[in-house]
Every structure is written in structure tokens, then in C-alpha cells.
Design a protein around this ligand. Sequence first.
Ligand SMILES: Cc1cc2nc3c(=O)[nH]c(=O)nc-3n(C[C@H](O)[C@H](O)[C@H](O)COP(=O)(O)OP(=O)(O)OC[C@H]3O[C@@H](n4cnc5c(N)ncnc54)[C@H](O)[C@@H]3O)c2cc1C
Length: 436
Amino acid sequence: MEKASKSVDFLIVGAGISGMGAAYALHKTEKSFAILEGRNRAGGVLASREKNGYTYDLGANSAASSTSYLEFIQELGLEDKFQSILARSLPRSLWQKQGLMRITSPLRSILGARWLSPKAKWTLLTEPFRKSQHDAEESVYTFLSKRIGEEAVVKIVDAVMTGIYAGDIHQLSADVVFKELKEGVSEHGSIFRALRKKKTNGPRTISGFNGGFSDLSNAFEKKFADNLVLNATVQSIHRKEDQWEVTLSNGSIYCSKHLILTPPAHATAALLQPVHHELSAALNTISYAPMGVLHLGIPHGDHPLPNELGFLVPNYVNRSLLGALYISKIFNDRSPANHDLIAVFHRHQGEAESVYKMVKDDLDEIPFLKKDVTILDNTWWDKAIPQFNVGSKVNLQRITQLTQTVEGLELAGNYLGKVGLADVFESGIQAIERLS
Ligand SMILES: Cc1cc2nc3c(=O)[nH]c(=O)nc-3n(C[C@H](O)[C@H](O)[C@H](O)COP(=O)(O)OP(=O)(O)OC[C@H]3O[C@@H](n4cnc5c(N)ncnc54)[C@H](O)[C@@H]3O)c2cc1C
């Protein structure tokens, strides 16, 4: 027998940070809405764990901020658990052939660096005098090598792109991941001038919560208890007259004129397959990079961890890890007394102990990491970060155009161009604005 259906003004599928953004935008209105989340908790890739006196995030570790993200945190009553520092207040290091090289003030540290050749520094400094031209979609490597020189790209940009996307600079599209910068160069003639003209909302911050991002998802579950349906995996969607009919795997049916899909691209593609074949196919072309996060407890010992953010590793040094964050230096109360907590990012799947063995030789090169560590957890993400490879610019435009042709449908999520938490949250808000 078919179950009775529930009807609401808006249906949101997925309670990750993008679904939260959509819910936040709707709760300010009089509209009725439901959030259907397949797992038994909200948060999506946001999840935290407490173990042996350490508190850590299995997915995202920190967020930048935006006005609406900060308002959301306030709305959830999380001000007391919120921790935020200025990004520039902690130096970071780049792993070069010579070892870990500290970056305090980016330009000064780079120009004074002994790991960058005089020719590379000259090429970097003379960037404003290089002619700019409007080029077709190109890779990060091609775009930036022309402007700041290959050596700076291989030794610096590659490490940063690995840190954000776990991606390949030869494949990532500059037109997507450096959209504003590339447009700025076309408009103002150089990267230096484009950066000077760039409008910012104040200095960049790095934020998190006392108990990790689970503080955020737990508070969301509480605040949106009347709207949130957990263990509600959407199995199929279809149009019935002027409504969306959404069927869950337990047979429940929800109806609404407005549907916002926030699962990852491949899961959204599967749901849209019977509704819009072309849109589904365009979503299916978006690939994701895998990544592992190994959490380690580090005793202070004779060489305590420096007060830094962590380090990034460019590919050319050929190491077993992508980078590390010194979590207990960024956030208070994340480790027991006289111990620190670090997250090591890598590409090895397996048990924490065996992954540690793979990265140990490299970590042992760093005096403050050559320790008798506590191996806490290794979390493997098969599809961690969407890859905006060359061709994505056109594909994302096509996804936007095709979505507009489907009445009452909007998409939100990190595969639409920006992967940072505050931006992905914003994508949920924007989806509601487009539908309203
Ligand atoms: C290891 C890792 C580290 C990261 N580090 C950072 C960082 O430090 N800073 C930062 O800003 N960003 C970071 N990111 C990126 C950031 O976490 C993501 O971009 C963002 O959280 C993605 O949110 P989302 O809502 O798009 O997707 P998700 O979090 O994947 O949410 C989608 C939700 O949809 C649900 N769902 C899927 N299918 C269905 C279905 N059929 N029915 C019902 N529900 C369904 C899922 O269960 C999930 O809850 C990191 C990501 C990873 C993986």
C-alpha cells in the first residue's frame, strides 16, 4: 500500500553544510520545509571524534568566514564554542628540497628564500610588467607559469593547490579555481594589481569549534529538529503535475513545488538520471580526488611543536604526505597536557598504524615530529574534494543552464565551483534565493 505523502513548500535533500545554508535561508521565511538526510546525523563530511583526551575533525578542520556563516553560528547559539584566529597570526611552512621553510610574511619570506633561485625571484617581481592577454580556459600551471614563472608555480602554488584541492596543477582549471584572479588580471593587467584592487571583507580568519565541527551539526540538529528528517535516504525523484514527488528508501513520500538537491555530484546525478538525462550526464563528469587524514598525538619532549599552522608539500619533493596541520596550535583544548595534536594529509588507504609507517620516514626528518607518537585514527575519503579540471568552466556553465530549464529545481554543494565551508554554505542560501 502506498504511504500517505507529506507536502511542504520546499524540500532540501542532504544536511551537509550546503543543505544547512538552504535551511538557514528558509527559516527566516514563513515557508514550510523539510530536510531529508540519508545518514543518522547532520553535517555530511563534517564529523568530529574524541579519543584519549584529543578532539579532532575527521573531515574539514577549519573554515574561513562570511557574514551569513557568522550569523548562522550566532543563530545556532554557538558563540561560546566558536574559536577564530587571524590567518596571518600563525606562520606556515613549505617543504622544499632543503626541508621545512617557514613563511612568515609571504612576499618577504619568498624574496628572501634560499630555496628559490634569483631568476625565479626576478620573474616573480617583474610580473606586473608582463603583458596580459585573454586566454581560453587553461590549467593553473599554464596560467601562472606565464605570469610568475615555472619555478614559483612548482615550489609554491603546487603546494597550496594540493592543500586546498588535493589536486594536480596541470589539470586544475585556472578559470575555475582562480576565477576572480584571472578576471582581475584581464581587467587590471597583472596579478599584483588585481590583488591590490580585490575587495575583501577584512583579514582572513581561520575558525572552528571547541568540540570540532560536530558542535555545529549537533546545534543544527537541535535548532532544526522540526524540519530535519534523519535516516531519510532519497531513493528517487520525479515530477508529478506541477510538484516534485520524492520517495525515500523506506517508502515514505514527500511532495513539494521546490526541490534543492545538495548531495555530491555523482549522487545528485543518480537522482536526476530519470528526470533530466543531460543534466545527470554533466554532473557525472565531475571527478573527486581521494584523501586520507591521519591524526597523531605528539608529546612535547625536547623539541615542542612550533607555534605554526602546519606545512604544505609540493609534488616535486616527492614525499609520502600532502601536508599537515598543527591542530592544537590553531584551536585551544584539543590535546592533553604536554601533548600536541596534528592532522597529516596523505593518499594512503589503510589502518592508521600501517599508514603511519608509510609517512614515518618523512615525519622523522622533522625534529619536532620525530617522536613516540600516539596514533589516533586514519580517515579515508574516497571522494574527498571535487576536481575542477580544464573543461570544468564550460561544464559548470552547462550545469547552471540545464538546471534553469527544470522547473522548481536547484542544486547546491561544493562541486559547483567553491569547496571552502563558508562558500559552500553560501551556495545553499543562493539556491533558495534563485528559487524564491
Ligand atoms: C578530508 C576533508 C578535509 C576538508 N578540509 C576542509 C577545510 O579544512 N576547510 C574547508 O573549508 N573545507 C574543507 N573541506 C571541504 C568541505 O568540507 C566540503 O566542501 C563541504 O563540507 C561539502 O559540503 P556539501 O554540503 O557540499 O556536501 P556533503 O558534506 O557531502 O553533504 C551532502 C549530504 O547529502 C547527504 N546525502 C547524499 N545522498 C543522499 C540521498 N540520496 N538522500 C538523502 N541524503 C543524501 C549526505 O549524507 C550528506 O550529509 C574538506 C573536505 C574533506 C573531505
